[in-house]
Design a protein around this ligand. Structure first.
Ligand code: FES
Ligand SMILES: [Fe+2]
Length: 407
């Protein structure tokens, strides 16, 4: 049976209604997925590691995103670089370990050897005209923002200069350069990646899906109630060493060629000093803080990286696609670099809220995905509490439209 003609992608993008969820094909069409990889995932910065994970020469970490794999390695010369984890001989993955410390990477296939600066330093029986200096590992773009290391799988990534400058004050307050990773966990989600990012950006679902989160975070309150708790927190902020500021250079507002970013702090309910079960501190105060103001800061970098800074710990979220129908969410829990496990914090308490919340999110995202694939799915009108999601969707469409073959 002949398939009905599909509407061209350019037309499909043009007829999406602002303020509505996307048409089904944005979640199910392999051609659109490929476009998203090319225009969004491979062209924007992805959080890969905290500098403390690569503190010593030889420390390395492998980060996989869709079909790409990168080795991030602290060279013997002190520089941290990123390389494509793809052998220059016949393309095998070179490093099969996730983390470690080494002076050299030996390809498991035919034994070519690369040093921690990415140079090819050993191979057997190659023709005379072979010059090993031409066969170093390909580089992957890398950037560091106040201790956070980002990678990008393209050679002309958006600049992070303005993000670095504008976020210096809040990221210094919370001591981002001196954090360490206390725990990390990857949550596979059987759904198209956009549904996971959309879900992270709205709190319309929080009251019904996250009972524990809703006891401490105030984002689901109506405007009047929210403003009351927010102003109580603001009164406490400066006494705790926290500067009141809001930065909004999110994707849509960032100039061409610049990675979008944002920062804001919102109040927790009165009895909560941090995101813990009983509201009491669970780790030493971060950075320059002198007390708990009862707030939590949201920091976003580009389309897939989000950080939530409480007064005593930070939770980082990175969403990446695995394929059209699967994605993963990597969560990082950070504490002060000098905090000692068992004495200053314990990992179970630290992970409790966002582990629980992420599993609950996984469930609603997968249920959402199941419905989105139904023949009865149709785009729905978004609520005022889904404003950030609306803006993110508009940016996604804008980026897709920029594909050279759609111009
Ligand atoms: S593919 Fe790596 S040595 Fe042959
Ligand atoms: Fe959620």
């Amino acid at each position: 049976m002949a398939m009905p003609n599909k509407r061209p992608i350019r037309e499909l993008i043009a007829c999406q209604k602002p303020g509505w969820s996307l048409e089904q094909r944005f979640y199910t069409d392999p051609e659109i997925y490929q476009l998203e990889l090319d225009q969004i995932i491979m062209r924007n910065w992805i959080f890969a590691a905290h500098a403390s994970e690569l503190a010593n020469p030889g420390d390395f970490k492998v980060v996989n995103v869709e079909n790409e794999s990168a080795i991030i390695v602290h060279g013997q010369d002190g520089l941290i670089r990123a390389f494509a984890n793809v052998c220059r001989h016949r393309g095998s993955l070179v490093c099969l370990e996730e983390t470690g410390n080494t002076r050299k990477f030996t390809c498991p296939y035919h034994g070519w050897v690369y040093n921690s600066e990415g140079e090819l330093v050993g191979m057997r029986d190659m023709p005379d005209e072979f010059h090993r200096e031409d066969y170093g590992l390909n580089t992957v773009s890398i950037a560091r923002v106040h201790g956070l290391i980002f990678i990008c799988f393209c050679d002309d990534p958006p600049t992070l200069e303005s993000a670095c400058r504008d976020l210096e004050v809040p990221m210094t307050m919370f001591g981002f350069p001196n954090l360490k990773v206390a725990a990390t966990k990857t949550y596979p989600i059987a759904a198209n990646w956009k549904l996971a990012v959309e879900n992270y950006q709205e709190c319309y679902h929080c009251a019904s899906a996250h009972v524990d989160y809703a006891k401490m975070h105030t984002l689901m309150l109506d405007d009047k109630k929210y403003e009351r708790v927010q102003s109580n927190m603001r009164d406490r902020m400066s006494a705790c060493g926290i500067t009141d500021m809001e930065i909004d250079r999110n994707e849509f507002l960032a100039p061409e060629g610049e990675q979008g970013y944002s920062y804001s702090r919102s109040a927790l309910f009165e009895d909560y000093k941090t995101g813990s079960k009983d509201g009491e501190p669970i780790a030493p105060l971060l950075g320059e803080l002198t007390d708990y103001d009862g707030g939590a800061s949201d920091i976003a970098f580009g389309p897939v990286n989000f950080f939530l800074a409480y007064s005593d710990h930070v939770v980082g979220y990175v969403f990446t696609p695995v394929d059209l129908e699967n994605c993963e969410c990597k969560v990082f829990w950070f504490v002060r670099g000098d905090a000692e496990e068992g004495k200053d914090y314990n990992v179970a308490d630290l992970m409790w809220l966002w582990d629980l919340t992420t599993y609950a999110d996984e469930k609603i995202i997968v249920d959402n995905w199941k419905g989105v694939r139904s023949r009865y799915y149709q785009p729905g009108l978004l609520s005022g509490m889904e404003r950030s999601e609306q803006r993110w969707l508009a940016w996604v469409l804008h980026e897709l439209r920029r594909a050279p073959h759609l111009q």
